[in-house]
Each structure stands twice: as C-alpha cells, then as structure tokens.
Design a protein around this ligand. Structure first.
Ligand code: MD3
Ligand code: FE
Length: 234
C-alpha cells in the first residue's frame, strides 16, 4: 500500500454509502454558485477534465475566494463533515500505530513514518484542517498530464478519493516530470494520501477505463476524484 515514502494507497476505503453521499454532494457543488467547468489555462489550453472547487477556488495557478475566471462568485463553503472525513483518511492511511510507536522511539520494523518527521500538520490526523477540495470529473476521454501541486502554501498532505470508473494513475517523483514513476490502478472507493516526501511529486492520470464503475454509487459513467488540501491561506 505504500507506493513511496508518504504516499499510501488504501483500496476500497469508502463504503458504497459514503460513495453515494459524496456523489450527491459533488452533484450539488457542480450546480452550485460556481458551476463545474473545463478550466482554461493561462496560455489558452483547455483541460479535458471538468473541475469544481469548494472552500477556495483554484484558478491556474492560485487560490482565490471568488471565481474571477468563471463568474466572479464565491464558491461553496468547505463542510465540516468533509474535514472529518479527511482526518479519518489520514488516520487510516498513516495509522494510529505510527503515532503510538513514535512515543517509544519508533523502535519497530514498521514502514510507517513518525508524525513530526515532515513538519507541522503533516502526519497528525487530529490537527489536519483541509480548507479546499478540488473535484475533478473525467469522461471516457479525459486525462491529466504529469504535474506538481505547488499552489498550496502548506506541506500538509493531500487526501484523494476516487469514485466511478477506474483509472491509470501515474505517480512520479519530486525531481522530474519523467521516469521513474509507478503506475497504479485507482478504482471506486480508493483512498490515496500524499504527504511528506511525496507531497510535491509529479503525478497524472493518463487513462480512464470506461464502464468499470459500479452504477450503485450513483455515478453511471465517468470518474470522480475529490482531493482535499490545506491552502495555507486565510
Ligand atoms: C500527489 N488529481 O487534482 S488524484 C489534482 O485523479 C490531481 O484527478 C488527479 O492531480 C485526479 O491535482 C490525481 C491524486 C493526487 C492528487 C494530488 C496530489 C496525487 C497527488 C498532490 C501531490 C502529490
Ligand atoms: Fe495534482
């Protein structure tokens, strides 16, 4: 499950009920004050993925309260239940064992990392306060090129939740856009947490596998990915 230091994949983490609840919430946000749209990049490119934001609006390449690049409105508030889910995700991915072990000097063979190893907040589920969520919708043709997420002024972990069709997720390295990378299939209900040395690694989604989702999630086609982050803004 640990793809690289600080990058932990937990397959099937969300229950079907939780997935349904998230699909409903994402549908509401998609039609909220700042509707879901294909983001236009500063140099004129249009992303194939459709994105809606909660808490803070991401416009390439900064976070704002108002969606100046869409309709100038304020995005929906970041709900407390989503922050709770984020804290539970961190706790489950990095494990309470990691915190217990650090108290006795970490003298175990555990692969887990000590909580304070990578700065404030990074591995302390209780104090994790995500304040923005980016929700990406992929139709069968959508993909996302290799990139780093560097617009947050915080090195707190990113929590990623996937629902619907599976995809090929490419996890690279913090140095270059190219190899070495690790390819992982992300399926509906999967959790992925990216913290510590993995927080600023390159990553992308080269391919979605149409028809691989479970309609019982409420999503009959395409893939949803929700990422929670700490912007470091106020
Ligand atoms: C690794 N989303 O929104 S999620 C993004 O599936 C993004 O929609 C992809 O990349 C998606 O920026 C990948 C996995 C992910 C998200 C954020 C990361 C991996 C990450 C930030 C740092 C390192
Ligand atoms: Fe990203």
């Amino acid at each position: 499950r640990e793809i690289a230091p600080g990058a932990v994949h937990v397959p099937g983490w969300l229950t079907l009920d939780e997935q349904r609840h998230l699909v409903d919430a994402c549908r509401a946000w998609a039609q909220g004050p700042v509707p879901i749209r294909h983001t236009v990049l500063p140099r004129g490119g249009v992303m194939s993925v459709q994105t809606v934001c909660v808490g803070w609006h991401w416009q390439p390449y900064r976070y704002t309260r108002l969606a100046h690049d869409v309709n100038g409105r304020q995005v929906a508030d970041f709900p407390g239940w989503l922050a709770d889910l984020g804290r539970r995700a961190l706790s489950d991915a990095y494990g309470p064992a990691a915190r217990a072990e650090s108290a006795d000097g970490g003298s175990t063979t555990s692969q887990q990392y000590e909580p304070a190893a990578y700065g404030p907040n990074a591995y302390e589920p209780d104090t994790y306060e995500p304040d923005t969520a980016l929700i990406n919708f992929y139709d069968g043709e959508a993909k996302m090129g290799m990139h780093q997420d560097k617009d947050e002024k915080s090195d707190a972990p990113v929590v990623s939740l996937s629902i619907g069709d599976a995809c090929l997720f490419r996890f690279g390295n913090p140095e270059t856009r190219g190899r070495p990378y690790t390819d992982v299939r992300l399926a509906s209900g999967d959790l992925f947490v990216f913290g510590g040395p993995s927080r600023f690694a390159y990553h992308g989604v080269p391919k979605v596998y149409p028809g691989t989702g479970d309609p019982a999630t409420g999503l009959t086609s395409g893939r949803l990915n929700l990422t929670m982050r700490v912007t470091g803004l106020r």
